[in-house]
Design a protein around this ligand. Structure first.
Ligand SMILES: Nc1nc2c(ncn2[C@@H]2O[C@H](COP(=O)(O)OP(=O)(O)O)[C@@H](O)[C@H]2O)c(=O)[nH]1
Ligand SMILES: *[C@@H]1O[C@H](CO)[C@@H](O)[C@H](O)[C@H]1NC(C)=O
Ligand SMILES: *[C@@H]1O[C@H](CO)[C@@H](O)[C@H](O)[C@H]1NC(C)=O
Ligand SMILES: [Mg+2]
Length: 510
């Protein structure tokens, strides 16, 4: 169906399109006695077991290490044969025969948990909330980069409401449900974010024990029904199931939608959402409540753990503002969400490997391209033939040359075509042959066996990290994947960036 987006136009004169939300239609908010999904391993506890064998001095060192990066460390199972020597690069006495539950020791309080909780994760999340601190949380429901933006929006809303944002895991909606979840802190460096942004940030696993069997009731705002008109339920998400939360939703007032009645823009401004965080506008809007699916309770939106169903469509000015330099959710949040050191290291090794350089050597300056095809073909209503919709490779090559020229002019660095990396969701091998014919290298995760070596999540995360570390970037207009990489290359590397327009024949002519 052809959609109209007439209310504003971009500099290029094209209609201002929202980023493609290619999410499969969100599942109805089904009362959920769903099959239990496997719990996230509680790695911190296991790490403590190992710590029990370490001398008092190294205990302190490990303790602070545990807080900063425990979730990326492989951990030995409890009560089994001696931990392998390579389990931890630490002075664990590998000849010690067995591990017992009794050997679990507590780490010093200060190093064990962040300052915005009472202590280690608890069975019920409320037991770990400080009585002098307010919190905010929300769920995910789209492709991974949309979801990354959603967490950025949540954290920004936390900033303007003086609440500690609590982020959950990433769920695999676009890479296959059986891929499992990955924690926020396995992708983004949480401690670095806290240190460099000065903004508090908690992960749910620091609040509620991921292995807890306790179901917590929680009242949340249902924004989704106020901003769109075709789904008559709150936005569906698997995250409350993962967190064992039983949610009772209160429908938000119509005024949270930025353009009331306009079906093609689902934006709620951060400040209209913030109004619901304070009593003057909260109280008159209470009462339109759905019972929670499991316990059937009717709850007003929680004031201690403020909660919204879905914040992907939150904005400050308009729906596609991550393209604009003013976007506060990027300037105050996204800019500080750096990859973990582990992800950065693997990404650098991958770049060197595809260039045929020594894996652990220095990474040469390079340009990356992100070509987004796949389900974007559902956005081709302006193309007369299917071939007219996506930009052909010579059109992309023109953008690559612009980026090469800019880097040469601004930095005096010439990046040859052989230092250009293509990342894409395209599956067609003929298309990839043409890519290689341009002199570019292919980031081929099948050939590199990325999923086998790491996880199902790693192809998409590594491609994003690789894009973000180049000196130049050519992306696909309206792809949130490209949009985030563009901003990272601009802000982190002072790089040169271009976005390729698409959707009809000659869309990128300029
Ligand atoms: N590995 C890999 N996956 C991709 C690439 N482009 C798209 N995808 C997959 O398609 C999904 C697209 O959804 P999203 O991340 O929200 O970005 P958007 O749809 O382009 O806005 C990604 O999350 C990936 O699972 C790519 O270049 N490399
Ligand atoms: C490791 O533990 C064993 C058994 O307790 C002990 O004999 C050995 O000396 C220890 N080794 C080190 C390096 O501490
Ligand atoms: C808040 O928590 C602290 C520490 O747990 C406690 O000492 C204090 O009495 C509590 N205050 C209120 C108002 O409940
Ligand atoms: Mg998407």
């Amino acid at each position: 169906m052809k959609e109209q987006y007439g209310h504003s136009r971009t500099q290029s004169g094209l209609p201002l399109l929202p980023y493609a939300d290619t999410t499969p239609p969100s599942t109805p908010f089904v009362p959920s006695f769903r099959t239990r999904t496997p719990p996230i391993p509680h790695r911190r506890k296991s790490l403590l077991v190992l710590c029990a064998f370490v001398s008092v001095v190294s205990l302190g060192v490990l303790a602070s290490f545990a807080v900063h990066s425990s979730r990326s460390i492989p951990v030995a199972p409890v009560a089994q044969a001696p931990p392998a020597q390579d389990v931890l690069d630490s002075p664990v006495n590998a000849s010690f025969p067995y591990l017992h539950d009794d050997d679990i020791v507590a780490l010093p309080d200060t190093a064990e948990y962040p300052p915005w909780v009472n202590g280690p994760p608890t069975q019920r999340f409320r037991d770990n909330l400080r009585n002098d601190t307010q919190y905010i949380t929300s769920w995910l429901s789209a492709g991974w980069n949309n979801d990354v933006m959603t967490y950025m929006n949540l954290i920004y809303l936390g900033i303007i409401t003086d609440r500690v944002p609590v982020v959950a895991m990433f769920t695999p909606s676009h890479i296959g449900g059986d891929a499992g979840v990955i924690t926020f802190g396995e992708v983004f460096d949480v401690q670095r974010f806290r240190d460099e942004s000065g903004t508090p940030l908690l992960e749910w696993l620091e609040v509620k024990d991921p292995e807890s069997e306790e179901v917590d009731e929680l009242g949340c705002w249902n924004i989704w029904e106020a901003v769109q008109y075709y789904e008559h339920f709150p936005r569906g998400s698997s995250i409350p199931d993962w967190l064992k939360l039983d949610i009772s939703y209160t429908r938000a007032p119509d005024w949270v939608k930025q353009i009331p009645g306009y079906e093609h823009d689902k934006c709620s401004t951060f400040w209209s959402l913030a109004r619901l965080a304070y009593p003057e506008d909260r109280e008159p809007n209470l009462g339109n409540i759905l019972p929670s699916p499991q316990h059937g309770v009717f709850l007003d939106p929680d004031e201690h753990m403020l909660c919204y169903d879905y914040l992907y469509y939150a904005c400050a000015g308009h729906m596609s503002e991550y393209d604009s330099s003013y976007a506060p959710e990027w300037r105050y949040v996204g800019k500080y969400m750096h990859w973990t050191e582990e992800i950065q290291t693997i990404a650098a090794q991958y770049v060197n490997r595809v260039f045929g350089l020594p894996e652990d050597g220095p990474v040469p300056p390079y340009i990356s391209i992100h070509v987004r095809h796949g389900d974007f073909s559902t956005w081709c209503w302006d193309a007369e033939t299917p071939e007219d919709c996506f930009a052909p490779l010579p059109v992309i090559a023109r953008r690559v040359r612009e980026v090469q020229d800019e880097i040469l002019q601004r930095k005096g660095i010439y990046i040859p075509m052989s230092r250009v990396i293509m990342t894409s969701d395209e599956k067609d091998e003929e298309w990839w042959k043409e890519v290689v014919a341009q002199g570019w290298v292919r980031m081929d995760h099948d050939a590199l066996q990325t999923e086998q070596r790491y996880t199902r999540w790693h192809p998409v995360i590594l491609d994003a990290a690789i894009q973000s570390a180049g000196l130049g970037f050519v992306g696909t207009d309206r792809s949130t994947f490209s949009v985030l990489s563009r901003r990272r290359v601009l802000d982190w590397n002072d790089g040169a960036v271009r976005m390729v327009l698409w959707g009809r024949k000659g869309a990128d002519d300029h």
